[in-house]
Design a protein around this ligand. Structure first.
Ligand SMILES: [Fe+2]
Length: 344
């Protein structure tokens, strides 16, 4: 698939930036690292220039990977590690167009940047064709906001499926955020593509059984699961993993390789709401051409994730995002996803 500039992609970038309502007097930094996707930098800068915005590009070295497990799909860029001057510059800006490979969503420096009032528009490391298929709109924003409201006003979440999932989540003190794909408010972060709601439960809130059936996904490995895996969850932690085949072997080995109990814990739970996100998308792009954000947003998936959850006081490097299809999600007594279909 080619990556020379396509006018459709450029138009998509202009539309998303327009939704960010960048003022004439606002300063913009295009944040990249050595490993960033060049075509995205080019598209962002041309779009900003066409819209008449002043910007400059900041490019950081991509830190070398440390020994041990290969970390992917964490949403926690390490590009700003020990780069206090760069962080300060980002704090001084009004808008950061985040083109780091992993994104600043869960980077340790992000809280400081947001607290300064800077808004961060992350563009996921996807092929621009995928981005332009997944343009956010007002309807998506409304659906996401409605879902956030539902979770925040509920005490419990139940998730069941024909495949055998039966999970209960205590939502008391959970921290819930919605992402619809752009940000126009100071001190907030959004990512494009968007269209999902995620909740970080407090410690000791998740119990039951999660069954990953054939056709569900592991986005760290960028694989559709082919043979079922059953995860037993006790007080947030995976305590047992059973199954046959490569998917189960990979999951067991990878989690063990961190030698860290927190790697087995729940990070976030939620569901996808973007009707434009395609379930088959991961089959259509080379591994280096997708970061899998589209699959996180597929309407009606149940997105279960392992790894760090700062709201439960747990930090770890590993992170699985696991979109599970065909689930029924109930908040208190309200069904919000019925057998894999959002109810709205
Ligand atoms: Fe995640």
């Amino acid at each position: 698939m080619g990556t020379s500039i396509d006018p459709v992609w450029l138009d998509a970038f202009r539309q998303v930036f327009s939704r960010c309502r960048i003022g004439d007097d606002e300063s913009v930094i295009v944040l990249a690292e050595a490993g960033s996707r060049a075509v995205l930098i080019e598209l962002a800068e041309i779009a900003l220039a066409q819209l008449g915005h002043q910007y400059y590009r900041m490019v950081l070295p991509t830190p070398a990977s440390v020994a041990g497990p290969v970390v992917r799909s964490s949403g926690a860029s390490v590009a700003l590690t020990a780069q206090a001057g760069a962080v300060q510059a980002l704090c001084n800006a009004d808008v950061v167009i985040d083109l780091t490979v992993e994104g600043l969503m869960h980077a340790p420096e992000t809280a400081q940047i947001l607290q300064s009032g800077t808004r961060v528009m992350n563009i996921s490391n996807e092929h621009p064709e995928a981005l332009s298929r997944l343009l956010p709109d007002d309807g998506l924003k409304d659906r996401v906001k409605e879902s956030v409201k539902c979770i925040r006003s509920s005490a419990t979440m139940q998730v069941v499926s024909d495949a055998g999932t039966d999970l209960s989540v205590n939502l008391k003190s959970a921290n819930t955020v919605g992402v619809w794909g752009w940000t126009d408010r100071p001190g907030t972060l959004a990512h494009w593509p968007g269209g999902l709601v995620v909740s970080f439960p407090a410690a000791g809130s998740v119990n039951g059984q999660l069954v990953l059936a054939a056709g569900d996904l592991n986005l760290t490995f960028k694989r559709y699961i082919e043979s079922p895996i059953t995860l037993t969850l006790e007080d947030d932690y995976i305590t047992d993993i059973t199954g046959a085949g490569a998917d189960c072997a990979l999951m067991k080995d990878y989690l063990a390789s961190f030698n860290d109990k927190a790697a087995y814990a729940t990070s976030h739970i939620g569901w996808g709401l973007n009707p434009a996100a395609r379930y088959e998308a991961m089959t259509m792009y080379g591994r280096n051409d997708t970061n899998g954000t589209e699959l996180r947003a597929v309407a009606g998936n149940f997105l279960y994730s392992t790894g760090a959850n700062e709201f439960a006081g747990r930090y770890t490097r590993g992170h699985f995002d696991l979109p599970v299809m065909g689930c029924t999600i109930t908040l208190d007594s309200q069904v919000v996803v019925d057998n894999g279909v959002p109810v709205q």
